[in-house]
Design a protein around this ligand. Structure first.
Ligand SMILES: NC(=O)c1ccc[n+]([C@@H]2O[C@H](COP(=O)([O-])OP(=O)(O)OC[C@H]3O[C@@H](n4cnc5c(N)ncnc54)[C@H](O)[C@@H]3O)[C@@H](O)[C@H]2O)c1
Length: 340
């Protein structure tokens, strides 16, 4: 099979490309990524010379480019990870989220319609359900929970999900959607909570925590997410949504304190800062459908996954230091510049 993975130079897409290239040597994995600030080809170093891997630089919202690529490659499967993904950035610049997350998705869907596809998979988020109150630990997001978004980011993702499902209903396109809780693990861009805390704590820098740090997130180790997506693409029913999560709820403050303890750093580094506008209180996934229908179970709990993650950041300082210094943006030029 020929599989186009969009956004494969980002955090989850990068981990997914590693997984697929190693797991399915008979499949061809084409990583299509625009290399925005969040795209980092250094993440793909371990697979860049694999015979079943190819990188293509391009924009999912560029219709002409996407149609030409589909004409040339005739992919069997498209898995769309590409997105503007940072909530804080969506608050300052909502339009770029509409362009990539909504129009990029409809462009890919139109190309799939024109050239035919065995499966289009949309990687979505639990943030499309909005948030849950902190005092109702009995409530969870199921696939039937109404969409009720809070931020421009989650609104753009919810909109994309609706287009994907509409293309199934209207045109019969074979689609699936997965909605996952917060991911963590290797190759996570250091503006997001867990890598930010690890990298700053290692440098004895202040650790910004929004509000009182009592917002709750449901954390999933990234390879558990990758395996779940692979399962949905291969075994999931078309036209269906699957929620992915592992019942690992932690407050942001608990996450920060766990990391500080593991690194032997003092809690005095924590600095509470003004909360994000409209900050979602609690996310919590009910993964029953994934478990009962597809037999999926996460391998890691938060306690085992966070230890592995911290180890990875300690052993791969060069990777995140290049991001903080801006060095990573030169990698594409160094690697591909002369070949273009
Ligand atoms: N990070 C999480 O915890 C989480 C949880 C659930 C769902 N998701 C979803 O998973 C997907 C991947 O998230 P992530 O955290 O890896 O994001 P990321 O920001 O790390 O990576 C996004 C990638 O998309 C690329 N990209 C951006 N705009 C593009 C465009 N117009 N054309 C082609 N490529 C483009 C970027 O260069 C980058 O490599 C997103 O769709 C996100 O909504 C993320």
């Amino acid at each position: 099979m020929k599989i186009i993975v969009t956004g494969g130079a980002g955090f989850i897409g990068g981990n997914f490309v590693h997984y697929m290239v190693n797991q399915y040597p008979e499949d061809m994995i084409i990583n299509l990524d625009l290399l925005t600030y969040a795209g980092n080809l250094e993440t793909l170093k371990p697979v860049e010379n694999a015979p079943n891997y190819k990188f293509v630089k391009g924009d999912i919202a560029d219709r002409e480019f996407i149609f030409k690529l589909f004409e040339e490659e005739k992919p069997d499967v498209v898995i769309n990870f590409a997105a503007e993904s940072h909530v804080d950035r969506s608050i300052t610049d909502p339009e770029s989220f509409v362009r990539t997350n909504v129009m990029g998705t409809t462009t890919l869907l139109d190309a799939c319609r024109k050239y035919g596809i065995k499966r289009y998979h949309q990687v979505s988020t639990d943030e499309v359900y909005g948030d849950l109150p902190l005092d109702r630990p009995d409530l969870f997001f199921t696939e039937e929970t109404p969409l009720h978004t809070s931020s421009p980011y989650s609104s753009s993702k919810a909109s994309a999900d609706l287009f994907v499902l509409a293309y199934h209903r209207t045109y019969g396109l074979p689609v699936t959607v997965s909605r996952c809780s917060n991911n963590y693990g290797p190759y996570h861009f250091p503006e997001k909570l867990i890598p930010l805390i690890i990298s700053r704590a290692l440098n004895d820098e202040e650790l910004p925590v929004y509000g009182k740090g009592d917002n709750v997130r449901d954390w999933l180790y990234v390879t558990d997410h990758c395996k779940a997506i692979d399962l949905v693409v291969r075994k999931g029913r078309v036209g269906e949504v699957y929620n992915i999560g592992g019942h690992n709820e932690r407050t942001n403050l608990e996450v920060v304190k766990t990391i500080l303890k593991a690194l032997g750093k003092p809690e005095s580094l924590i600095k509470f800062v003004t909360d994000r506008p409209g900050h979602d209180r609690r996310y919590a996934i009910d993964p029953t459908k994934m478990e009962t229908e597809l037999g999926w179970k996460p391998e890691y709990t938060f306690d085992t996954g966070i230890v592995k993650t911290i180890e990875w950041y300690l052993n791969n300082k060069e990777w995140w230091e290049h991001i903080i210094s801006g060095e990573y943006t030169k990698y594409f030029e160094n690697m591909y510049g002369e070949r273009l």
